[in-house]
Design a protein around this ligand. Structure first.
Ligand code: SF4
Length: 374
């Protein structure tokens, strides 16, 4: 499986919690950035020898700030220079305030078949606290407009653990999101990133994050409530209706190859990883050349094993023992027996006949579990 990722690093304004590679106020670069993307795709594709591309994901930033002509150009370049399978998943991330029915219909016309809408919350006060530029009403309106435009595969992104958020408030947001009948929901616990305005407000005592117990209660509530609503919990933060798992993310979690184009985009081909320079202006100047690459890493044999464990445990199916042995030539237990025994004893992992996976307690303490395999 191979996936192509396209990074659009532009946003209307920075959200207060965001440390992604995204920038506000660079509208004047949209055209030259898209030229650079097309240049990178055109020059690199012949060198990569990639077979079938099953997924194209346009993420950001806020890709829907760019209209269909720009997105259409980039998608055409991918289709022209790679062998994209007929039923490929073609996703784009959208922010509610940047889409209209007309814009969404045009995106459908250029082959986008999956939309991931950043709701984050359906409480206007919390949206304001996060620095989001849309209201709950706009988020719901964007979802309905997407359905009207013919999108049959829509994901909603939500955040829990926001300062001031109660379990009841989270439950209402979740219930309202479910009532829209999306095919997929991603629920992330809020991470307070260093250097963000939100971190400064918390450090100054103006805001308080929910304590660990409340955050755990929100996570457990999410798993139970979405399970009861017919969603499969298939990765720590991701829930899908049957048959609607995000194919793009499965490529990452199942250790497939991915090629990233754009500023700060990451790629992994076999054991090699590389990353483009992050600043859009620098990327534009170097996109067609090797100078665009800021970092290349060759994974060691140990790195590859650790990564397979880390990625496998993120999925609720866990690590398939037979697959692991077939890939690495020895049973997982021979490499990490003591660690596995300890984690089983602590109730953080559970073992089935064929797989090893996180327990519910382990899902809540995922980073602790992963750290034992480094
Ligand atoms: S829209 Fe997304 S990428 Fe842009 S600033 Fe907000 S969180 Fe960051």
């Amino acid at each position: 499986m191979t996936a192509v990722y396209i990074h659009i690093p532009f946003c209307k304004q920075k959200c207060k919690y965001c440390d992604f590679n995204s920038y506000a106020g660079l509208n004047s670069l949209y055209g030259t950035y898209v030229d650079a993307l097309v240049g990178e795709i055109t020059s690199q594709a012949p060198l990569l020898h990639v077979k079938d591309v099953e997924s194209i994901y346009v993420g950001g930033g806020t890709p829907t700030l760019l209209g269909q002509p720009y997105i259409g150009r980039v998608l055409s370049a991918v289709r022209e220079h790679f062998s994209v399978v007929d039923d490929a998943e073609v996703s784009i991330e959208a922010n509610p305030e940047t889409v209209t029915g007309g814009k969404l219909a045009l995106l459908r016309e250029v082959g986008v078949n999956r939309l991931s809408i950043g709701f984050q919350s359906l409480d206007d006060d919390l949206l304001g606290l996060l620095g989001r530029k849309h209201s709950a009403k706009q988020a719901i309106g964007a979802f309905r407009a997407a359905r009207d435009a013919g999108f049959e595969n829509i994901s909603i992104d939500l955040i829990f653990g926001i300062p001031g958020q109660s379990l009841a408030n989270w439950a209402i947001t979740l219930e309202q999101a479910v009532s829209l009948e999306p095919e997929h929901i991603s629920c992330y616990g809020l991470t307070i990133e260093p250097g963000t305005p939100l971190e400064r407000e918390i450090a100054a005592g103006k805001l308080q994050v929910p304590d660990e117990d409340l955050q755990a209660d929100m996570f457990i509530y999410t798993m139970e409530s979405l399970g009861e609503s017919g969603f499969e919990h298939y990765e720590i933060s991701n829930y899908a209706k049957p048959g609607r798992r995000c194919r793009h993310n499965l490529v990452y979690w199942e250790d497939g190859d991915y090629i990233g184009f754009g500023a700060g985009a990451h790629s992994k081909i076999g054991n090699k990883r590389f990353c483009n320079i992050t600043k859009p202006g620098d990327y534009i100047k170097t996109a067609g050349t090797d100078a665009r690459i800021s970092e290349v890493t060759e994974l060691s044999a140990d790195d590859i094993v650790s990564e397979a464990i880390f990625l496998g445990l993120r999925t609720m199916d866990g690590i398939k023992m037979d697959d692991f042995q077939a890939r690495f030539g020895r049973p997982l237990y021979n490499i990490y027996g003591p660690q596995i025994d300890k984690l089983l004893e602590e109730g953080l992992l559970e073992q089935t006949d064929s797989s090893l996976r996180l327990s519910q307690k382990g899902i809540l303490l995922g980073n602790e579990v992963f750290s034992r395999f480094i």
